[in-house]
Design a protein around this ligand. Sequence first.
Ligand code: C2E
Ligand code: MG
Ligand code: MG
Length: 701
Amino acid sequence: MTWNSGAAVRHGGAGPARAAGRFMFPQRIPATVRVPVGGSGEPALGVTMRTPSRVDVSKLLAGDLAAFGGPQADEDAAGAIRAEQVALVLRHAPGIMLANAGNALVLVLALWTTPLRWPAALWSSAVIGTVLLTLLKGRGSWRITKPTSVSRRTIHRLVRNAFILGCVWALLPLYFFAGAGQGGQLVITCLCAGMLAGGALAFATIPVAAVGFIGPIFLGAVVSLGRIGDFISLLMVALILLYVGVLLRGVFAYAFEFSASLVRQIETAKAVRQDPLTRLPNRFAFNERLDACLARLLPGGAEFAILLLDLDRFKQINDQYGHPVGDGFLVEVAARLRRCTGEGDFAARIGGDEFALIATGLTKPEDALAIAERIVAAFADPFRIDEREIAGATSIGIVLAPRDGTTANDLFKHVDMALYRAKRAGSGTIEFFAPGDDIAARERRALVRDLEQAVARGELALVYQPFLDLRTGRIAGVEALARWHHPVRGLVSPAEFIPIAEETGLIHGIGDWVIREACTTLARWPQDIRVAVNVSAVQLQNTGILQTAVRALADAGVAPHRLEIEMTESMLLSKSGAAPSVLDALLALGVTLALDDFGTGFSSLTYLRKLPFSRIKIDQSFIRDMLTRPDCAAIVRSVIGLAQDLRIGVVAEGVETTPQLDALRDAGCDEVQGYLIGRPMPAAEVSALLTADRPKTGHAA
Ligand code: C2E
Ligand code: MG
Ligand code: MG
């Protein structure tokens, strides 16, 4: 007779835990019970402590204590509880089996001198035979790997087997007691008492099974004693009734405590693995699942993909609308993510605005791409949070295991690189990891290390590109452009190192140096010459730029209006953090403001009204094509007209030819900048240019 014949059990993925000797009201909570934090997340923790309104017989027979007013659990948690119940019963099973055999032998010996000798021998042989068979059959399964979940059917079988065993033992009082003689009756009474107590102990965690086993023996005893009907027999009935009452009370009390402890354990295990805001699995759960997938990967197991998401502009949403709206946004993102995932997918929130997904059961890389495309498409509709419509978008990086790595570390590193490339390519981009990413990332890390030292080592320099005033025909000022003379790589373009400096925060040190250096140099040039410095959005998040400007201007003895800040349109969108107040303070100081690369971003006219720009700089892409493309010419003309109407200056960038210059002059452009007028040059060359430009004025060179 087996306790778990045909058990439908699910085994834990990663490291199978041994059942033997492991569980006794465990206090080490998360490691013992491995509760699946449901696929793509689930609505809430699955365990409550309330009494159900209707008794479910299947649940009742499956050892669910909710039927008796005990703790109630959802199916996942109930499966985990059943696994613990079965594990405990199995742990005691060999001992109980041997006790059964021993008891059966004792009965034969006790009845050997009575006419019941052969029936007793037959009965005992059946019991001992079954025990031996069970022990032999279950040799391996007593030490089976502990399942994470056990089906109701398994407990149903266990209860059924307990009942059959109880019925077998009920034959003792029913069939053997009357003709057993005085000694035999004493032995049968002892055996019955022992079986009642042993059964209660063996099935202490599953009261239905205990009742199934004890019930027949108890009834058998009552019937056989009732048949005798004398005072002593009735006294014994009362005594057995009391015993059974005490035993069952103990069983229920123990089982309740056992389940309640497991429920608490499961709740903690879930809480440890669940993100409280979105109710998606968290990073911890994600890592566990990843480990499990990796364990199944070898040898030649299933392939899987990791998709890493990064929400675009999340910080901005948080800053602009406040944290409650930001939280609502994340909850909605999680909901949309759930809708995009299927059976084999495991979505988790692994950081502030970082979500990740493990997709299993893939047959080709395109399957992972299809999921990513579904997710990107799910962001297409605006998010409605607190009556607000918020546009959301995400970039996604993808790695495939084992192709792109066989360790969690490698896979994460690589999916990060793929995501980095996706983010750089723009909103809604999906990128697979490519081996080149690894090299690029290594190079980038080396570049960051070198850039950290660049200012201190004096490797940065400024070159200056002149602005020509078309009305006076003279140099009106210069734009300071940073150059990095790398000791090994040679000249590194700002297009390469400025974005890195922005991402790493090194831009603050570099930007401060640029302002100080530009002001110092400007002090050597005539009073009507201005210097424009390019400023990144991140620099305006830091009030330090203000102190730098004040000190640099004061130290150099330069009037604030001679220093111009160039900012791009994209910067105007990040009206977050300290930016507006820093900008206001710089303007209050007297520093002027130019809008760089106009036409390449959102070209919002609102900002032109809101901020007191001194100048608009038309992006060089329009100037390059203005003589060949009528649309570019129209844009250039209208921007010049707009600037004139707003009474602000206008500069054309990237002027390379005389026809371009003539066309711009005809259109009424104020100033031009570009290779035709002068390439970015060292300060000394600017000084020479200014001397030639102002022969009579003269200035300190
Ligand atoms: P930008 O501010 O729009 O600077 C103009 C860029 O166009 C410069 O490139 C300049 O050399 C180039 N250029 C000027 N005239 C012509 C022309 O006639 N034809 C062509 N094809 N190009 C021309 P550069 O120096 O490589 O700078 C690139 C960008 O790097 C700058 O664009 C600016 O956004 C950024 N940058 C440069 N220095 C700094 C800095 O100190 N701080 C910050 N935050 N950004 C900087
Ligand atoms: Mg510029
Ligand atoms: Mg520009």
